[in-house]
Ligand binder design. Structure first.
Ligand SMILES: [Ca+2]
Ligand SMILES: [Ca+2]
Ligand SMILES: [Ca+2]
Length: 464
């Protein structure tokens, strides 16, 4: 798994505005698109080429031909026809849902507004994409079903969603835990440039699937105010759970999670590895839009099994990512039994920035984690470091920390619009100043770097 990659001049970020940073994040995505993520990466490269192309529009008609001139009305109609390798384009506008596609068998049953149960195949996913330059919005806020609701239930594999906004899945009674925006039990899917928000539950929830890539997607303002275990206890931005051991990793890359009532990212109770890279999490654990405390409030909750020891726990990886102003820990081991890798992350203003609270086979709380090249600044310090393998982090090196080490320490504007290819916006926030003492102070962990050595934190500086 460890790669030793040298930066070449060919791997350079294109000039955007006046920004002059080389971002480690972008370099990572360039490299891993071809070398690490196997199947999902290949799907994005092939684009809409081989198969048939169909169209859906808010003013369409399911009795029409499904052409650009005569689009269908519903994704369900499109799925009935689409097969592996086909592309379904969604025109801009609102697709509003008021009822699930089946009845609630009880007040705690689970129903779907949309069920995607037809699979593509390797290299030939079924693509459900926004028509280029347009924004299709799936609005579930007026659904009336009196049980738990999934906006999208993706049970098929090799499915590729791109450019869709998904919002407003409600809880219509208080007898359950959360509802879900997008639930994924299929495998080898790609979920790109998804904006999932304002659900009474988790925005995007992988449950049992493997080999999925969640790319350049946002999940925010999710709040399960009617959960029977307490308001805000379950609405995470992104979740990956219950995947059996020995399956391909699920990957989150270039994703942002903010103002979710529970956690930003949550990997509790999963048995295959998850990699989170080049992602940001902030202000989780509050009632969205406020500073009123709500659920757990971790930025990256990186595993665990409810405090229990599990002998076959996988090693998760969180790298080149930023957590700031989360209510609780920015980077949290959450009682994980084995040491996860936390490389080149920046924690700012969390409580604490890094908590490596793990669990041993006797059930005792111990430090668990491999930490390199991380920055922890402001907020409260690290906790549960005894027992970890930690070096080259700001707290190990004793390097000076001050605002002047950074171009900016602003905590606003992180939700700025993405670049046209969907990648994260280029901001000066928490990037190293040109003369920062944190430049070239890290150690090689297999991620790209410039200069004589990796810098500390999530963003590699240019020019040294
Ligand atoms: Ca919780
Ligand atoms: Ca959670
Ligand atoms: Ca460097």
């Amino acid at each position: 798994m460890k790669r030793s990659i040298k930066i070449s001049t060919a791997v350079r970020q294109p000039a955007v505005g006046t920004a002059k940073f080389v971002t480690r994040a972008l370099l990572v995505s360039v490299v891993t698109a071809s070398s690490v993520v196997m199947a999902p990466g290949s799907a994005s490269a092939s684009a809409a080429a081989a198969g048939s192309t169909y169209y859906v529009a808010p003013n369409g008609n399911d009795g029409a031909a499904g052409t650009q001139a005569a689009p269908w009305r519903s994704i369900a109609r499109a799925q009935a026809v689409a097969k592996a390798g086909d592309t379904v384009y969604f025109r801009g506008g609102t697709y509003a849902y008021t009822r699930a596609n089946s009845a609630c068998s009880s007040q705690s049953a689970r129903v779907d507004a949309i069920t995607l149960n037809k699979s593509g195949s390797s290299g030939n996913p079924i693509r459900y994409w926004a028509y280029p330059g347009e924004k299709p919005v799936f609005d579930f806020s007026r659904m009336t079903d009196n049980c738990r609701i999934k906006g999208f239930n993706v049970t098929g594999s090799w499915i590729y969603l791109k450019g869709l906004e998904v919002k407003g899945v409600p809880q219509n009674n208080n007898r359950n835990a959360e509802s879900w925006g997008i639930w994924i039990s299929g495998s080898n899917g790609v979920f790109e440039q998804i904006n999932t928000h304002h659900h009474m539950g988790t925005g995007l929830f992988i449950n049992g699937g493997a080999g999925n890539l969640v790319l350049n997607s946002d999940s925010h303002d999710n709040y399960d105010l009617r959960s029977n275990d307490g308001p805000g206890e379950n609405a995470d931005g992104f979740g990956a759970h219950y995947t059996p051991a020995g399956r391909a990793a699920n990957v989150f890359r270039g994703c942002r999670a903010w103002w979710n009532a529970d956690d930003g990212f949550d990997l509790i109770s999963t048995y295959s590895p998850v990699t989170i890279e080049n992602s940001w999490a902030w202000r989780n654990g509050y009632v969205p839009g406020t500073t009123t405390p709500s659920g757990n409030g971790a930025g990256f909750k990186s595993g665990g099994y409810g405090g229990d020891y599990e002998a076959n726990a996988p090693k998760h990886t969180v790298r080149s990512s930023v957590a700031f102003l989360n209510k609780a820990a920015g980077f949290y081991a959450n009682h994980h039994p084995v040491a996860n890798d936390f490389f080149n992350n920046t924690g700012y203003g969390n409580h604490p920035n890094f908590s490596m609270r793990g669990v041993n086979s006797s059930g005792a709380a111990v430090g668990r984690g491999n930490l390199r090249n991380n920055i922890g600044y402001t907020g409260t310090p690290t906790s549960y470091m005894t027992g970890t393998n930690a070096a080259y982090n700001t707290w190990n090196l004793g390097v000076p920390l001050s605002d002047s080490q950074f171009q900016s320490v602003s905590t606003s504007g992180w939700d700025a619009p993405r670049q046209t290819d969907g990648s994260l916006p280029l901001l000066p926030h928490l990037r190293l100043a040109a003369n920062s003492a944190l430049i070239d102070r890290g150690t090689n962990v297999g991620l790209p770097f410039s200069g004589s050595a990796p810098d500390l934190g999530a963003f590699e500086n240019d020019g040294r």
